[in-house]
Design a protein around this ligand. Sequence first.
Ligand SMILES: Cc1cc2nc3c(=O)[nH]c(=O)nc-3n(C[C@H](O)[C@H](O)[C@H](O)COP(=O)(O)OP(=O)(O)OC[C@H]3O[C@@H](n4cnc5c(N)ncnc54)[C@H](O)[C@@H]3O)c2cc1C
Length: 497
Amino acid sequence: MTAEGKRACVIGSGFGGLALAIRLQAAGVQTTVVEARDQPGGHACHWRKEGFTFDAGPTAITDPACLSELWQMTGHAMADDIELMPVTPFCRFNWPDGTLFDYSNDEAALHKQIARLEPADIAGYDAFLQFSAAAHEEGYRKLASVPFLDGVSMVEALPALVKSRAWRSVHDIVSKHIRNGKLREAVSVNTLAIGGNPLTASAIYALIHKLERDGGVWWPRGGTNRLVAALVRHFERLGGTLRLGDAVTKVHTLGNRATEVETKSGWRERFQAVASNADVMHTYRELLAGTHRGRQMARKLASKRFSPSAFIVHFGVEGTWPGIPHHTILFGPRYEGLLKDIFDHGVLPADLAIYLHHPTVTDPSLAPVGKSTFYALLPVAHLGKLAIDWGEVGPVLEQRVLAEVSRRLIPDLADRIVTKFHYGPRDFMTDLHAHLGSAFSLEPTLTQSAWFRPHNRDDVIGNFYLVGAGTHPGAGIPGVVAGAKATAGLMLQDLAR
Ligand SMILES: Cc1cc2nc3c(=O)[nH]c(=O)nc-3n(C[C@H](O)[C@H](O)[C@H](O)COP(=O)(O)OP(=O)(O)OC[C@H]3O[C@@H](n4cnc5c(N)ncnc54)[C@H](O)[C@@H]3O)c2cc1C
């Protein structure tokens, strides 16, 4: 028996949902993606205002190979649908005392940059890179697209976890090898890109460094939204159906089987397999409300740690800045204290650390001629920790963020702004059903990873699956795309029975 001709539904069109849908459709499964919003992409949605294109979420495409595989499977070429442009440097780190550090995969240039901060750290950095390479091999290449469904799979992964010193934190391992405080910040901060606290996330997530060094950092011409559009085009070319603007309200079950999917508009269809790419809490608490399993999982999830949220100021400005790279991190005066404020204390820090996205330096098509598009992102505690009135705080924080960018990089910014708006924790919750407004779902701690994360196939409802940031292996485009491979493998195996 094969899965061909069977019918599957994927709820949600984030990167994970689309990658899963492509894999199913490519295997001959009649797949329908049902998306609540009027555009696909989830966290990677976008806005167009006054000639500017603002991508909402992901800005750094790493491991392009995990994406191109989605085309190669059917003999197609990703390049026919989307052009990926290399980004160099990968990121510029900028400290309040004026110190700059350009991170790239040009070994000689990188060593020179390290030597400027601390010559003795060249060897330490190389040792860290070796550690990161081992973690990448074990944690990403071998395990990211393998589902962890039972304790046995976790026992089997133990050697990999031991090799990666998984019980230690990313920052511990970085600090073991690197002495300079600024370098420690530069090398560990990318853990935030998957919602992890560098001070507590398992050292296995140090794999991100090797992932970036090997695969590079890329930008889809026209924006991340064009990459989403390319995935949709490919899915539809294979015969898949995308239903936009119609939120799923209920997954019907009979015994321990999912039977039908029902939406807000009253559309109701029968499927042999159903996967949810929506937020995990929303999935169990709302979509499976009324089932024992839904209530049980919602209770369990309520006791978990969720990743922080983000506050993002989008702004389109008059002028161009060839000297401001595509990705900059403007560190503040504190690092560890700031992380504790966000992850533990749940307060809005008095000092700011900002990730500044400047896509028009790579791709001017995102703004009218002679103008530039930016976004400035602050990681902030999620709504369960930080109970403030974002309606009131948002505009004030927006001003603070713009003032800091102006002070550090663009002195006359206020006079140059053509359009601006901000997006925060409440928006993640309202627009994407994100539990507590978390931007990355469950926090990637050791006790919330692999088997300890909600499973790619539900333990009770045998034909119900998860895909996306809330299941194994976790957030980030490479993570959810690898997870889609794990989920697709299970679904195809089950549908072929
Ligand atoms: C600001 C920001 C910056 C980031 N930067 C990067 C980066 O540079 N590189 C990187 O790799 N990753 C980055 N990430 C992480 C990455 O974007 C996410 O982990 C990833 O996109 C999540 O994909 P997903 O498959 O979990 O789906 P999601 O994006 O969470 O999409 C889920 C979809 O489900 C839909 N949905 C929800 N409920 C329903 C319902 N009831 N019915 C139908 N549909 C429903 C939602 O509308 C949404 O479209 C960033 C994230 C954020 C927030």
